[in-house]
Structures are given as C-alpha cells and as structure tokens.
Design a protein around this ligand. Structure first.
Ligand SMILES: [Zn+2]
Ligand SMILES: [Zn+2]
Length: 325
C-alpha cells in the first residue's frame, strides 16, 4: 500500500507514514529525524529532495512535489523578488548539489520552525479518518503559529499527562503517535491570547504557503518600508509616516519594540544597529515587512500609498477585526 499524504505534511511526516507502511527502511541516517523537514534543518535542500525522490519515494513523490508541497519554500519564495524566487526553485530542482545561498540566507536570518512540534487536534482527527494516520503540518511549526489557521483552534505542543513537549526526534514520528514517555495520546495547549496583529499575519503566511494568496514578491518589496533602510526603523529621526506605521504595528501586537516582534516571528536578525549592518542586510526581514503590511492595510495609508491595490487585497483577505486603534 502506498500511503496518501496531505499537502503541507512535513517531509519527516511523509517519510514516517511510508515507514509505517513498510515502504521505507528508515534506519538510513539521512532519513532519520527532522533533518528531512527541509529548509528547517537541512542545508542541501535540493540534494535532499532529489535523494528522497530517487531512494525513498521511487518517483511516486517527486523532488518538485516535496519542495512545493511539503516545505517552507513556497512561503519564503513568495517573499522574494519574482526573479529570485524563480531562480531559487530552478536551482533547487536542477542544480541540487550546488551551494544554495537562498536557503542559507533564510536560515541565517530566521528560525524557520519552532524548537518543538505542534499539532492541531482537528487536523489529527480528520487525518486519521482520511489517511489512517495523522501528519505534522508545515504551517503549524512556524515560531509565530499558536493556532491551526485552517481550523482556528490552539495548537497542542506537549503531552497533557506528563507535560513533555512534542519533540523532533530521530525516529519516525506521526502526529497521532502516543507520548513516548507516558503513552498518553492527549495533547495540551499553551495558554495564549493572540494580539490583534496575529491572525491577519498568520492567514497571510498560510495563503502564501498554499498559493491561495497573490504572490507577495512584488508587494513585499514595493510596499513595506520602501526606500527605508532597516536601521532607520530604530532611528529617532525616523520619518513620521513610517513611525506611524511602525507604531500601529506594535500596538496591534501589544509590543514595545521591533526586537520583540522579531523574536515572536523567529527573525534572528539584529538590523537596527548601524555598525552591524552589512550589505545584504539593507532590506527589512520579509516577515517583518509582511507583519507591517498586515497591520497597515488601507489604501493610501502610511506605507502602502504607492501600492494601494495590494493593500486592499490584504485587507479584504483578513476579515478579523484587526485594526483596533
Ligand atoms: Zn487544523
Ligand atoms: Zn506523556
């Protein structure tokens, strides 16, 4: 039997499902653990995808499918310029053994996945009915994600009985496996009251990953912090319209600094310090730009005045009453 797997199951989850059906011998070191999650841990993303296609899935799941449907690549590619996004995907699939500077850059500047795994109880129940087992999802693992964007419920992050977090181990792992410590199958959530800026951003990220939102590549560059170097965001002499946009963003997230937001989003980049800034750091981290746009969606507003149409698109996609101030 060849297991059917849902879109945006993590690669590790897909391998684990195949292992459970005896399709894969997972004793091979390169198949073990969350290394296979691609773009989270593995530095040779294209090579790993090609290897999995040939050695594990025997062409039944292709490298392109792995990249497009089971990794974070669609999200991050849609935050690049269109040309860079195209170039990256081509590189991944046609020159997998060459140095992947795109992925290296993303991992250097961001924490792509939270350190422990998260799962949605509704996804788990639905997966069991549809696929016979439950999968870890790519979009549950983002550092900022505390909810399943498809079901609106909080994500479970640890065992309800012994409170051990769901970990990224070396063994095959599926989202409905019992707790390896106590055997319980009940999960628990971390209490969390999301701020107003959270849902529009999470929905937007999910739309970009799934390809249901318009590509962000041009918008992100054009609308967010246009002509403003990141170091200026922290500057006292910041332009009034940008200051207003940033203030609005921080209010929506109940935060007092951009550093705090960066930490929430998994952005590791200290970009406010002029001295530490280097050539490739002249632009805002894409997720920060995205959050800024989600917080300032109106036509003609402070930062989107040159691309009002795209700002409207974001506003209409985010029905949650996010603009409180
Ligand atoms: Zn769900
Ligand atoms: Zn337990």
């Amino acid at each position: 039997m060849i297991p059917v797997v849902p879109k945006f199951a993590t690669v590790h989850s897909v391998i684990s499902a195949w292992a459970r059906c005896d399709r894969v011998d997972v004793t091979a070191s390169h198949l073990r653990g969350n290394r296979a999650s691609l773009l989270s841990q593995d530095f040779s993303l294209g090579a790993q995808a090609a290897r999995l296609e040939a050695e594990v899935f025997k062409g039944r799941i292709t490298a392109a499918q792995l990249v497009d449907e089971h990794t974070h690549v669609p999200l991050y590619a849609s935050l690049m310029s269109p040309l860079a996004a195209l170039g990256w995907r081509e590189h991944l699939l046609s020159m997998p053994t060459h140095r992947d500077t795109w992925a290296q850059g993303i991992r250097r500047l961001s924490t792509v996945e939270a350190p422990t795994l998260r799962r949605c109880p509704i996804c788990v129940a639905q997966d069991r009915a549809r696929y016979g087992c439950a999968h870890w999802r790519v979009f549950h693992q983002w550092p900022v994600a505390r909810h399943c964007v498809e079901h609106g419920v909080p994500l479970e992050s640890h065992c309800a009985r012994c409170r051990v977090p769901f970990t990224r181990g070396h063994e095959p792992s599926l989202a409905d496996d019992p707790c390896p410590v106590c055997g319980s199958d009940r999960g628990a959530v971390d209490p969390n009251e999301p701020p107003a800026g959270y849902w529009p951003l999470l929905r937007r990220m999910h739309g970009l990953l799934a390809g249901s939102a318009e590509p962000m590549s041009e918008i992100a560059r054009a609308a967010a912090l246009r002509g403003v170097e990141p170091a200026q965001v922290g500057s006292k002499k910041i332009a009034a319209r940008l200051r207003a946009a940033v203030d609005r963003l921080l209010v929506q997230w109940n935060l007092t600094s951009m550093e705090q937001l960066a930490a929430l989003l998994g952005v590791n980049w200290i970009w406010f310090n002029e001295a530490e800034r280097s050539g490739h750091m002249k632009e805002s981290p894409p997720l920060i730009s995205l959050a800024l746009m989600a917080a300032n969606p109106l036509r003609g507003s402070a930062i989107s005045e040159s691309t009002g149409a795209s700002g409207d698109a974001i506003a209409s996609e985010a029905p949650v009453a996010s603009v409180q101030n």
